[in-house]
Design a protein around this ligand. Structure first.
Ligand SMILES: [Zn+2]
Length: 302
């Protein structure tokens, strides 16, 4: 069974500590995966302001956000400007690529993207993507080949602006199969590799899921006859839940689950359908996420 594994790196702390931890445990099992990095300012602490909203406060308590992310992350960018991640941690990004992992762009500024996507113009979206791509290109010595928007906050404007960059694919939404997005009746060439499985913070403490049964419940959601794509976070599975995640990897490997970068899934299964990207609310996550639209049109000959 194949499972595409994607690591979202949202913060300075996740880059500094979570990524090396994950690279070590992946090396132990000869696993390669896809890392999506943020390279600009870490202003994730601005999320604190959202505590004023009851739904977000409940989620913070349910997921024990402070122990999951650390107070330094939650405060980052609130009292002082957040540090530019790339300026101080370029070596970590580079050594992740050198270890054979696929490296893509998550965001220039994760917080700004999530908070302002609804009012961002095509030009602002392009500038934000371009700053991230330029910085990652500097670090890697070549442009990143893939990207994934923060928080699955993607719309038609984003899809059109991404088409201007040399990405082989993007992973901007939830869904069931690799597909080509349709915008205004036009099929775009960059495939979408949707995330099919829930994240840790969506699953934990829902429907009887605990730290003890989490790994089994997650593995049970994977199926050999379907596309499986899992997102983990450098801040969570790489730091706060790293022992649990190490046990997950052991279990996955002994159950003959083959974890791989998303780009490898693409090489093995070219998209055979196209679909619009729509908005959807999902359990355990606040607000909307982009989702593969219904009625995917089956196409022959790709
Ligand atoms: Zn993220």
């Amino acid at each position: 069974m194949q499972v595409g594994l994607r690591i979202d790196v949202d913060t300075f702390r996740g880059t500094k500590y979570g990524v090396p931890n994950l690279c070590r445990v992946f090396a132990d099992h000869s696993i390669k995966a896809t890392f999506f990095f943020c390279v600009g300012p870490d202003n994730m602490g601005r999320h604190l302001w959202r505590l004023l909203r009851p739904a977000f406060l409940w989620k913070m308590l349910r997921t024990k956000a402070a122990s999951l992310y650390g107070w330094d992350i939650l405060l980052r960018g609130t009292l002082w400007p957040g540090p530019i991640i790339e300026e101080r941690l370029a070596d970590i990004i580079r050594s992740t690529a050198d270890a054979g992992h696929e490296v893509g762009l998550h965001a220039w500024d994760h917080h700004a993207w999530q908070a302002h996507i609804d009012t961002m113009t095509a030009e602002t979206i392009y500038q934000s993507l371009n700053r991230g791509v330029e910085m990652l290109t500097q670090v890697l010595g070549r442009p990143p080949t893939c990207s994934a928007v923060p928080g699955w906050k993607c719309n038609d404007l984003v899809l059109k602006e991404k088409a201007k960059f040399p990405f082989h694919y993007n992973s901007d939404c939830r869904g069931e199969s690799i597909f080509r997005p349709v915008v205004e009746g036009r099929e775009l060439t960059q495939p979408q590799i949707p995330v099919t499985l829930p994240t840790y913070d969506e699953m934990i403490r829902q429907d009887g899921v605990t730290e003890d049964n989490y790994n089994d419940r997650l593995l049970a959601l994977c199926a050999a006859d379907r596309l499986n794509v899992l997102t983990i976070h450098a801040e969570v599975e790489g730091i706060a839940c790293k022992e649990m995640f190490a046990r997950f990897l052991e279990k996955a490997v002994s159950s003959r689950v083959c974890l791989m970068p998303l780009g490898t899934l693409l090489q093995e299964g070219k998209p055979t359908s196209c679909a619009a990207v729509i908005r959807k609310e999902i359990r355990g996550r606040e607000g909307w996420v982009a989702n593969q639209g219904p009625g995917a049109i089956e196409k022959q000959g790709y």
